[in-house]
Design a binder for this molecule. Structure first.
Ligand code: UDP
Length: 233
């Protein structure tokens, strides 16, 4: 298969159809601008399984995504999208960069949820930006920014409720958006414990990538517990 793009955790391959691509989930884990790196056997398989399940849930809930189907353990078939250079973060509970930036304690409930935009640019270390900056840099039209915000909040409602039913707290998560071949705005990339903070609802134990970032325990054990819970275990 011809490689179109290789990122930190995934590879994108061409297919025989111009408008579809394959996402291949690797085992690589990176954090802190890729200064911390590791190969974690089986992570790609779990992230593809969790992402596929969550994209199916969003599609069922009327949220447009690039997802077509899961092809194999590590591969997902998706619509080819023109990606915005933006990361959209939704937060329900304070954690991570929000606490650092604003000097807040971790674990405070955010009501209503907070939506933030980051400029996807490695050289600049993905800075936090506002709508005026998005306009200045021509990263998206105003109506697209508004739609991304609405879709991110709807995604939050769906995911938060779903995780809650399975004993998990959705602390925060990152979404990426793109334009699909039919012209629609859609959620793309992945939704997994690499891109969401998920805590055990009873114990508040961290089950996501923070385990890797801060050496809190075996990453795969956390990810497996997330998968078991959302599969009904
Ligand atoms: N996130 C991500 N990719 C990034 C940055 C953040 O998936 O490049 C996710 C992260 O896992 C968390 C949420 O977005 O669930 C908010 O991250 P935050 O801004 O707190 O930054 P971090 O603590 O990861 O530096």
């Amino acid at each position: 298969m011809e490689k179109l793009y290789e990122g930190k955790a995934k590879v994108i391959y061409k297919t025989e159809e111009e408008d579809k691509v394959i996402v291949f989930f690797k085992d690589s884990a990176t954090a802190f601008d890729a200064t911390k790196k590791a190969e974690i056997e089986g992570k790609g398989v779990i992230n593809n399984t969790i992402s596929s399940l969550l994209f199916e849930l969003l599609e069922k809930s009327g949220i447009k995504t690039h997802y077509i189907k899961k092809l194999s353990e590590r591969e997902m078939l998706v619509w080819k999208a023109k990606r915005f250079d933006l990361e959209v973060v939704v937060r329900n509970i304070t954690a991570g960069s929000l606490c650092k930036r604003l000097g807040l304690e971790e674990g405070l409930e955010l009501k209503p949820p907070l939506v933030e935009f980051f400029y996807k640019n490695d050289q600049l270390h993905d800075p936090l930006i506002c709508v005026e900056h998005i306009r200045l840099l021509n990263l998206a039209e105003d109506w697209q920014v508004q739609s991304m915000k609405e879709m991110a909040l709807k995604t939050n409602q769906v995911l938060r409720e779903f995780f809650k039913e399975h004993g998990l707290l959705l602390v925060d998560f990152k979404l990426e958006f793109g334009i699909l071949p039919d012209g629609s705005l859609a959620v793309i990339d992945e939704i997994s414990p690499d891109t969401c903070r998920l805590w055990d609802a009873k114990t508040r134990e961290k089950l996501d990538k923070d385990r890797f970032r801060f050496d809190l325990g075996d990453l795969m054990e956390g990810y497996r517990r997330v998968l078991e819970k959302i599969q009904g275990g």
